[in-house]
Each structure stands twice: as C-alpha cells, then as structure tokens.
Design a protein around this ligand. Structure first.
Ligand SMILES: Cc1ncc(COP(=O)(O)O)c(C=O)c1O
Length: 466
C-alpha cells in the first residue's frame, strides 16, 4: 500500500519549489495563511506547520502581523550536518584544556575585538539611569533587597514576557546574577546527585560545567543547526533512560543560532508531561532576533514544567550581572536557594535597569542593536564567502554567533592553538559536546562591530588549517 506523505510536507515542497523557481522573489510576501488554506484545502495548523519548517530552513521569514516573506538573503552555504546517533548517559568531566579555552572564549569569543570606542546611545542612557538610581539611594546601603529581587524590575520583565506569549506574574520571577546562576539554581532545585540531564549537542558548554560541578550525568540529544533540539531523538532517549530534566535553548541556541519550530516546542512540552520532566529553558538570546522574536517556551507551558532562565548579558550588558528565573512548580525552592547562596541582588542596579526599561530606553536600544547584529552577521558571511576552503555554515536571524563546519581533516583545537599564537581567539567545536563529535567545527561570533583587524584575522584562518 502506498503511504501518502504528510500534507504539510507536500505544501512545504510546493512552496519551496515556487521560491526556488522565482515565483516569489526575495522580500516578497507569500500568500496569506488563509489563502493557502483555501487554495490547498488544508487546515490552518497544517499550513502553519509547513511555513514554520520553511522558516526554520531560512527560506522564509515571519514578520509580525504581516505574514510570511521570502528571505532576503537565503543562506548561501549549505547547512552544517548533525550526528543523529543516540548516546548513553555519562558522567561529565570537563578537562583542564577545555576550562582554559572556555575562560578565554566565554569572555572574548574572537580576538581581535572591536577597536571602536564609541559607546552606543542606549548604553549612555542606561548609565544615566543607574547613576540616578544610585543617587536616589542616598548612601542607604545597609539593607538587603528582598531575595526575589526588586518588584519594579520584575514588573518590567513581566511586561516584556507578555509580548512573547507569556503572561508572567511578578511573583513568578526571581532576579539572579545572570543566566548561568539561573541555570545553576534550576538544576539544584530539580536534580539530585547522579541524576541524568539531557542537553542539546552541540550546546552551551557552561551547562556541561554546571553538570560536572553538581555531580550530574549528561545525555546528549542531537540538535539540528536550523531547528534545534531533535525532539524525536529525545523521545527515543526517554524510552531508554530515566531523565530528570532537559536543558534547551529554543530560540537562537548557541552555537548554531537554531530556533525550534512551534510544533517541536509543543511536542517537547508534551513529552515533559508524559515523562514527568523539568524543562530548563535557556532564553538568553531570545530577544536578539531581528526578523522575529519567538515566544518563550513558557507560552506553551500549561503544566508549569518549564523553568525559564535568562539575562541581559547577551543583548545589553554582560557586566550588569543581571538575570532572572521563573521556576514554574519549583519556584519557591528556587527563591530559597537564591536566598541561601546569594542573599540578595544589588538594589540600585536593579532599579536603574527598571527605569531604563520603563523610559523606553531598552526598547529603542534593542531595535538598533538588532539591526547592528544583522549587519555584522552579513559582514561575517560575506567574508566567509571569500574563503577557499569548503565550509558549511548557519545563517541565523538572531543570537551572536554562527556555526561553521570545516572539512573533516581540520582539527579546530589545533587551529585554536595556532590562531592563539597570532593573537586570534576562536571557539573550537569540541567545547559544545562531551562526545568529541564536533572537532571540525567552529563557533564564530558576530557580536562585535566589524574592524579591519577582525577581517584580517578571519582571512588568515584558512592558512592555519593545513
Ligand atoms: C547560552 C548561554 N546561556 C547562559 C550564559 C550565561 O550568561 P550570563 O552572563 O547571563 O550568566 C551564556 C553566556 O555565554 C550563554 O551563551
């Protein structure tokens, strides 16, 4: 008996063909969801599914309240491959050499950095807000803030969450000293020593460090460079092993910049409910998207199983050390853990940032910053287009970095050491997994303004790959 392909795949294929054959040009709007439903006799959810898949492949872009448009610059590189084999859980042991690389890369990612001294107007305004808050405090530094953090800042964070499909109450939010602390508190609240935690591979190395520190085991779930965590593979893993939590970055994951389509998010939540898991959402890059700012996982979390972790480090300032956590059903424990480990957060920093949000400074700053990131991503892709070595690369629409796959013989740890001798810091792929699978991959940052020194450093890299 012939098995018919799912209807969303048939529509996806038709739309892809139309785009490739030039029926719709880059920048042009695709027919509306309603027109596609009527024209193809399909349900809305089927059409949305097809469009989200095309979006995840970078072929189309969703624009708020306007519909779907053909991407202006379809990714000129093929997408990096990703291993799909399932691994057994294992203890985490992060070697010293990784620690060394992490301490450099986490701080700089790529040297030479920017040589521009001009401070963005938004940051000047932020500084003023913080100075004003400091003056208002009038030397009153003898009190701790309440453990969950300043209510005015939590209120501002809740207002931004509402724009991303999540009606957060301020009692559901707790201020932290950054997303790394949020992730730490989340793991502490949910797991006991020896428990197994699922992570994306490739995924954020800071989580591996936390798992090691807490004596937890890791099971790596394959993640696509475009659509993020492979939820099908996760489901298979859950059938084999007892897993306590899954740490995931649904929007602009590091190192790839991948974003999970809606149906994958809904599937993940459904698995969490079925297998009694905690989902720890790392949303640190969520607001960086310049085409769309995806909803948070909290938007589809109907059973309070998502622990949302984020901070201002990637979009505003790493130095504020200001993050937050919303712990779902574990929230009270998390606030207690914050109290035990940190007592409180700085009041004037929180109030200064809350004012910056309330005055509209943050929104205005973010609009400009997103455009800047898009430009810097394009400049980086243009430069990679001049390399003579064949590469595969992602072209994310958010985040601060892209993921490169180099020819198989290239060992990016060796490349890292050679580049370091020349004053260039890169982030080798092996950092993003315990499996050693990404030894020919590299994360390249576009977080910094483009300079001649950066361009020259990047142009030198292929000659160091031999
Ligand atoms: C994905 C991800 N999560 C969390 C963090 C930690 O962020 P924070 O500076 O807010 O502690 C980082 C920093 O590199 C990151 O890339």
């Amino acid at each position: 008996m012939k098995v018919e392909p799912p209807r969303y795949l048939v529509l996806e294929e038709k739309l892809r063909e139309g785009i490739q054959q030039g029926r719709w040009q880059p920048g042009e709007r695709l027919p509306s969801i309603r027109a596609l439903c009527q024209g193809h006799s399909l349900a809305k959810i089927t059409v949305q599914h097809a469009l989200q898949r095309l979006e995840a492949q970078g072929l189309v872009e969703a624009r708020e309240r306007s519909g779907f448009f053909v991407s202006m610059a379809p990714n000129r590189f093929e997408s990096p491959t990703h291993p799909v084999t399932l691994e057994a859980p294992q203890p985490v042991s992060v070697s010293q050499v990784f620690q060394d690389i992490m301490s450099r890369s986490a701080a700089f990612d790529l040297l030479p950095g920017s040589d521009k001294n001009d401070v963005p107007a938004g940051i000047v305004q932020l500084n003023r807000s913080i100075s004003r808050a400091l003056r208002r405090q009038r030397g009153d530094f003898q009190y701790y803030d309440e453990p969950a953090g300043d209510p005015s800042l939590r209120q501002q964070i809740a207002l931004r969450a509402a724009k991303r499909g999540w009606q957060a109450e301020i009692d559901e939010l707790c201020i932290t000293s950054g997303c790394q602390q949020s992730l730490f508190l989340a793991l502490m609240a949910v797991c006991q020593q020896g428990d197994v935690v699922a992570v994306e591979a490739p995924g954020f190395y800071g989580v591996l460090q936390l798992l090691e520190q807490l004596g937890l085991q890791v099971v790596e779930i394959p993640a696509s460079a475009e659509t993020g965590l492979d939820v099908g593979a996760f489901e298979q893993t859950l059938q084999r092993w007892d897993i306590k939590a899954c740490v995931v970055s649904p929007s602009f994951a590091t190192p790839t910049g991948a974003s999970m389509p809606l149906h994958a998010r809904a599937h993940l939540i459904e698995l969490a409910e079925r297998h009694d898991l905690a989902i720890i959402e790392d949303d640190i890059y969520g607001e960086s998207g310049w085409l769309v700012v995806p909803d948070t996982l909290k938007a589809v979390d109907h059973s309070n199983r998502v622990i949302h972790c984020s901070s201002l480090s990637k979009v505003l300032s790493r130095d504020l050390r200001l993050g937050w956590i919303s712990g779902g059903r574990w929230h009270d424990d998390i606030v207690r853990l914050k109290l035990t480990s940190q007592l409180a957060s700085s009041r004037f920093i929180q109030r200064g940032v809350a004012d910056f949000f309330a005055d509209g400074g943050y929104a205005a700053y973010l609009r400009r910053y997103r455009q800047q990131l898009q430009r810097q991503r394009d400049q980086l892709l243009d430069l990679l287009g001049t390399w003579s070595v064949p590469i595969r690369a992602t072209s994310p629409a958010g985040g601060l970095a892209l993921w490169l796959e180099l020819p198989e013989h290239v060992d990016t740890i060796k490349l890292y050491n050679r580049a370091l001798d020349e004053g260039v810091v890169i982030t080798p792929g092996e950092l993003f997994s315990m499996s050693g699978k990404f030894s020919n991959c590299l994360r390249l940052s576009f977080a910094h303004p483009w300079t001649r020194a950066r361009a020259e450093a990047l142009m030198r890299l292929p000659s160091l790959m031999a």
